[in-house]
Design a binder for this molecule. Structure first.
Ligand code: PLP
Length: 401
């Protein structure tokens, strides 16, 4: 037939397809290590009690309505977001050198930042090898055609390819855009140390690179909000202009509320004012203004000391369960005397672990053991619990022998 649209079939999204296959599997012992969402020890999603509390408060608040929000969202939300990532006493806040806008979660923050950079910076764009699968697509769809990869993962050490990374940033054209994960790198779970961050900052500064931090896991990575923000704060302390994308999907468990924030740290208040006006212009032509509910939840919690305390406690509950699962998996592999070294399982941080399992081994795990994970050997630690972790270790033991 003669369609007006010259379409071909686009490939399905790998992660969403993995979840669908897992759901269709009828084996009672199936294990889903694909999806990047928190599960409790019973394998269930967890609505944070503090989020429930805030929801009730919002629903009962008769002063709230469904009028349009401002183009850049709820001010109490964006201001609290900036304080969360930069710290209460950040000079960038005191000097009013930031522009921020509420976004459609972390993905929307990355896209808004990419749209801004497409107009006001030149590139090329550097993304890590490997990185979150969506990074390349987001920058491509924003119009960038020169997207390059910087070395990140060293398969030999199962750690950071630091020298190669520095060398790449050194050789990159002046004014390149560097997309960095400030904590809990997805998919490897490997982060630079603070000393290494300082070296990265020095090169970025020297070469006038534009740093864009994609921060999807603050507090979720280590259980410590300050520690997970230290890279960003260090760069800001060096007087650098940069972008920050924040997501509240993981650390508030607000996956489907699409709640996030994009901030641009400028050199001057005037620069921030201009950046803010340009962000509003981009948003207006895209989705006009953001939805309210998720941002209301987050601002209710962040701006209330009592609720904030409760949140930090619940955040630690999530982070600690994941850290315990790393320990449990590691000790099961040791007990089984599984060939190979596995200390990277406990050294890596955040939601994911890059196991080093090959695509062929991943396939056997799926076909024989009903374990679902991405082909690159990444597992979501949140999919493990006290009932399945040993079983998973036994499956890994079987495939690597
Ligand atoms: N950036 C990274 C590195 C991520 O891992 C994720 C989520 O998996 C996101 C951004 C954005 O997620 P969301 O759009 O759900 O906030």
């Amino acid at each position: 037939t003669n369609s007006l649209f010259k379409t071909t079939l686009a490939p399905p999204d790998v992660i969403f397809e993995l979840t669908a296959s897992y759901k269709a599997d009828t084996d009672p012992n199936k294990i889903n290590l694909g999806v990047g969402a928190y599960r409790d020890n019973d394998g269930k999603p967890w609505v944070l009690p503090v989020v429930k509390k805030a929801e009730h408060a919002i629903v009962g608040d008769n002063s709230l309505d469904h009028e349009y929000l401002p183009i850049d969202g709820i001010k109490q939300f964006t201001e609290a977001s900036v304080r969360l990532i930069l710290g209460q006493n950040s000079p960038a806040i005191a000097e009013q050198r930031y522009a921020s806008a509420q976004t459609i979660s972390g993905t929307g923050a990355c896209r808004l930042g990419a749209d801004f950079l497409y107009q006001f910076a030149k590139g090329p764009v550097y993304i890590s090898n490997p990185t979150w699968a969506n990074h390349r697509a987001i920058f491509q769809n924003a119009g960038f055609d020169d997207i390059r990869e910087y070395p990140y993962w060293d398969p030999k050490t199962r750690g950071l390819a630091f020298e190669a990374l520095l060398d790449c940033f050194h050789k990159a054209p002046n004014g390149s855009i560097l997309l960095l994960h400030p904590c809990a790198h997805n998919p490897t779970g490997v982060d630079p140390t603070l000393e290494q961050w300082a070296q990265i900052a020095a090169i970025a500064k020297e070469k006038n690179h534009v740093v864009f931090f994609d921060c999807a896991y603050q507090g979720f990575a280590s259980g410590d909000l300050e520690k997970d923000a230290q890279a960003v704060r260090y760069f800001v302390s060096q007087g650098m202009e940069l972008l920050i994308a924040q997501s509240y999907a993981k650390n508030f468990g607000l996956y489907n509320e699409r709640t996030g924030c994009l901030s641009i740290i400028s050199k001057t208040p005037q620069g921030a004012k201009e950046a803010s006006s340009q962000l509003c212009k981009i948003i207006r032509a895209n989705y006009s203004n953001p939805p309210a509910f998720g941002a209301r939840i987050v601002q209710t919690v962040l701006n209330n000391p009592q609720l904030n305390e409760e949140w930090i406690h619940q955040l630690k509950t999530m982070a600690n369960r994941i850290i315990e699962m790393r320990q449990a998996l590691y000790s099961s592999l040791l007990t089984l005397k599984t060939p190979g070294t596995w200390n990277h399982i406990v050294d890596q941080i955040g939601m994911f672990s890059f196991t080093g399992l090959t695509p062929a081994q991943v396939k056997v795990l799926r076909d024989k053991y009903h374990v679902y994970m991405t082909t690159n050997g990444r597992i979501s630690m949140a999919g493990l619990n006290t009932s399945n972790v040993h079983r998973f270790a036994e499956a890994v033991d079987w495939v690597v022998r």
